[in-house]
Design a protein around this ligand. Structure first.
Ligand code: ATP
Ligand code: SF4
Ligand code: MG
Length: 337
């Protein structure tokens, strides 16, 4: 399988009054072409910050390290490697390209559906105008009629009924599910190969959630999208993803094929998430005790140690490395031997 996105050692640091904190800590993964990688973890584990770093949209003052190589679909994008290896015709390192280059890739090669559709849409602009703008950014010389045609096509692709009427409406006139469809239409309007979906169904009721998941699955097949699908719902991951990466306090603590990880998790945190997942456990629901540690007060060893039922002295000595369970599956725990 060809690679769409290869992330190596991605770290994001943010300034706080108490010093730098790391919401994303040495994250590495590979997203294959046409593959869906589910990223799960409790609130505050760094899922959105990871996505924002890949989109070049980190908060002001953030700094980052590592590499994130995006394979480019568009032909003739390269500069022949003149800018210090940040980009060539085939790949771009999202963490080192210039802001101008990032703007050219955002939407066209990599796009994101944001966690809160209401804040991501402009309340005072009609839906059609917003989708048109997402296309115009990349096609400044296209005729207005052509841009309008493509915007309607994008809305239609996201299965909005009567797209011409919807295009004339404002965001507040649409239900949550329809707004999310508009977000999907906007994200896909310029034909990206990689889509980051950040909790795309969390705010929706179960029936609408199912429709949106089906739509995303259909678009993924039709447009051959590679997807990072972010959620805290393991039941959703089991439906949409081939592989899963579990994040805790900024790090990936377990990664592997979704069926295997959910059937036989090797990190106590993943086990805890499963026991707390209503749709996946037949036993009594058991929430994970305690809370995610604050980023400015991480334990010296394993970040999960204060909540872990298997903790021993060795866990507090140093943060465990990822260990191979088998060729495709790894976990950041000393119990993996
Ligand atoms: N602008 C900021 N300045 C400082 N810290 C921030 C900022 N934005 C986020 N954080 C912190 O970074 C960490 C990761 O946040 P992030 O939003 O990525 O989590 P998440 O996994 O997406 O959570 P959720 O499931 O709630 O969306 C959290 O500890 C959060 O408090
Ligand atoms: S390293 Fe130790 S504390 Fe951390 S998850 Fe494994 S057993 Fe628990
Ligand atoms: Mg988030």
């Amino acid at each position: 399988m060809a690679t769409s996105l290869e992330v190596r050692g991605l770290t994001v640091e943010l300034p706080t009054p108490g010093g730098w904190v790391r919401p994303v800590n040495e994250v590495s993964f590979t997203l294959g072409e046409g593959e869906t990688l589910g990223i799960v973890g409790e609130s505050g584990s760094g899922k959105t910050m990871l996505s924002l770093a890949l989109m070049g949209l980190e908060p002001h003052g953030a700094r980052h390290a590592g590499e994130a190589w995006l394979s480019l679909r568009g032909a003739g994008n390269g500069d022949g490697g003149k800018n210090g290896g940040a980009r060539n015709a085939a790949r771009a390192n999202l963490l080192t390209i210039s802001q101008n280059e990032m703007r050219a890739l955002r939407g066209r090669e990599i796009a994101m559906i944001f966690q809160e559709p209401m804040t991501a849409l402009n309340p005072v602009l009609r839906i059609g105008a917003q989708v048109e703008e997402a296309i115009r950014v990349h096609e400044p010389r296209a005729a207005e009629s052509e841009i309008q045609r493509r915007a309607l096509q994008a809305l239609q692709r996201a299965a909005l009924s009567d797209p011409a009427r919807r295009a004339r409406q404002y965001p507040h006139q649409l239900s949550g599910g329809l707004r999310q469809r508009v977000m999907i239409a906007m994200a896909l309007a310029a034909g990206p190969g990689v889509l980051i979906a950040d909790e795309p169904t969390t705010a929706l009721d179960v029936t609408v959630q199912k429709q949106i998941l089906e739509l995303l699955a259909k678009l993924r097949r039709e447009l051959q999208l590679s997807m990072l699908f972010i959620t805290h719902d393991l039941g959703v991951v089991a439906q949409v993803a081939g592989r899963i990466a579990v994040m805790y306090a900024g790090r990936i603590v377990e990664e592997g094929p979704v069926a295997e990880v959910l059937r036989a998790p090797r990190h106590p945190y993943t086990e805890g998430l499963l026991r707390a997942a209503p749709r996946l456990t037949r036993e009594k629901l058991v929430p994970i005790p305690g809370t995610v540690p604050s980023l400015d007060a991480l334990p010296p060893g394993c970040a999960f140690a204060p909540r872990c039922p298997h903790r021993v002295a060795e866990c507090d000595a140093a943060a465990p490395e990822l260990r191979a369970v088998n060729k495709n599956h790894e976990a950041r725990c000393i119990l993996v031997r």
